[in-house]
Every structure is written in C-alpha cells, then in structure tokens.
Design a protein around this ligand. Sequence first.
Ligand code: ADP
Length: 284
Amino acid sequence: MIALVGSINLDVVVGVDRHPVPGETVVGGDRRELPGGKGANQAVAAARLGATVRFVGRVGADDAGRRLRDGLAAEQVDVAHVLVDPEAPTGMALIAVDGAGENTIVVSPGANARVSRADVEAARDVLAGAAVTLVQHEVPESAVAAAIAGAGGTVVLNPAPARPIVAPVDVLVPNRGELEALAGREGDPGELARGLDAARAVVVTLGAEGAVVVEGERVERVPAPRVEAVDTTGAGDAFCGALAQALDSGADLVDAACWAARAAAASVTRPGAQGGLPRRADLA
Ligand code: ADP
C-alpha cells in the first residue's frame, strides 16, 4: 500500500496566440478544466498500475473540490484522509498555452497550503502501514516533515517545486532542474546526485534521455523508450507514481526506475497530465 501526502489542483487551461505582457489583456480560446496537482497525478499514476493508494490532502468546500475528490475515488484512490477545508478554496493552476506549446502558469495553492502536521498525524495508521510513502513539495514543509517522520516503509520524495529537503529520505526523485537547485550548481547528474546527503538513493529524471539511479557507489543509467511525444506535462508525475507502485510491489530500485521510464514514456504519447497515464495492460 502507498500512502501519498500531497496536492490536489484543478488545472484551468486556455489556449492563447501569444502570452500577455504585464497590464495587457489577450483573448484566449475556450477554457478546459482538468484534474491536476502533483500529488493527485502521482496517486492516479500508481493506482492505474494496480497499487492501493491512500491519499492525505485537502480540497476546498467548493464544486471543484467535490469533483476532484470524487475523481480520485473513481480512480480507486482512497480519499478518507482528503479533508474538505472549510475556508480555503480548492487549489488551482491557471495555465495559458501558446501555439508553440509554451506555458505560463499561475498556481493558487488554496487548500493545499493548509495541509498540516495534524492532518498527517491523523493518518498515522495509514503511514505506519504503508510499504511506500510518496511525497512532493506542493504541501507545506511541516506536512512533508510529518510524513517523513511517520512513514513505516520506504519514503520517496519528489522535491518539486525545488526547495530544501526537510529531513533525510530513502529515495529522492528530482528532475535535472530540481537536482541543480538542490546541489546549488550545474553539472553531471550522477556526480551531483552522489553529492546529496539528503537521501539513501537518488533517481534523477532526464526527460527524453531517461533517468539515472545513484545508490551509494552504484550509478545506473535507465534509458527512456523512444516515443512520439505529444504532451510531456506530468511526465515526472507519471514516473514517480509508477516508481512508487513498483517499489510497493517489491521491485528493487533499478527495476522500478526502468518500469517508471516505460510508464512515463507511455504517458507522454497522450494528452493531459492524468488523461495520458497508462494502465498496466497498456505496458504489456
Ligand atoms: P518533469 O516532467 O518533472 O520535467 P522529466 O522531463 O525528467 O521530468 O520527465 C520524467 C520522465 O518521463 C523521464 O525520466 C522519462 O522517463 C520520461 N520522459 C519525459 N519526456 C520523455 C520523452 N520525450 N520520451 C520518452 N520519455 C520521456
């Protein structure tokens, strides 16, 4: 079982010919509303591959919150610990996409910013019983710290967005930019990862170049399957969810990373952060 402490957002997406400059209004296309948030994306990624996932998080007492919580439940994610915040609105990402596929994004964390140490402690039985606890940086530091402290199994942290790691974890999964932010410099990913002392092992994701697994002195490159990418939004979330699912089912870290690379490659061949997530049968 995977315990996931993380964010839930409504992604509101509008196509534009070009992005507005400050003070300017541009007219865009019809709005699309999609489920998102790194926590929710990773939960759905793991659940679609067959994992039992129990979510700890918050939505607002609004229509978006109801729809997103119900949507997670429809994906077989346990939402018993997804609280409905009486004051804060549901987290939202306002996304403008231009013709070249370039995004500008404003995130309003809303209820995600109210996920508390107490929320995580109220789910202590879930965390203690989970083989894997999966966390990202879209909830407050205090909640991340409580998740790491309360985890009974392997802790997997996706440090996105990049900020300092609050406590050591078992497996850290940064992308290249997050790794460089944590290391404080650019450089070879394997070398930078070896220099981090916040994790027992590091899996660096490198987009179409795949990933590199660093565990002690061992450095293994994991190739990405070659695919026709149509939408790489949420590739990292597909990777993290699949990695957690494989670790939960007993795989070793390198095998889990290979599986995650297959799942993430499949996800980029279809549009949407959650819409593109594969099921187990898709990877057969
Ligand atoms: P993020 O989405 O956080 O920026 P990456 O871009 O590193 O993270 O992508 C995460 C993983 O998704 C990669 O390690 C790789 O396995 C897979 N991936 C991303 N882009 C592609 C691509 N164009 N082709 C195949 N796999 C990809």
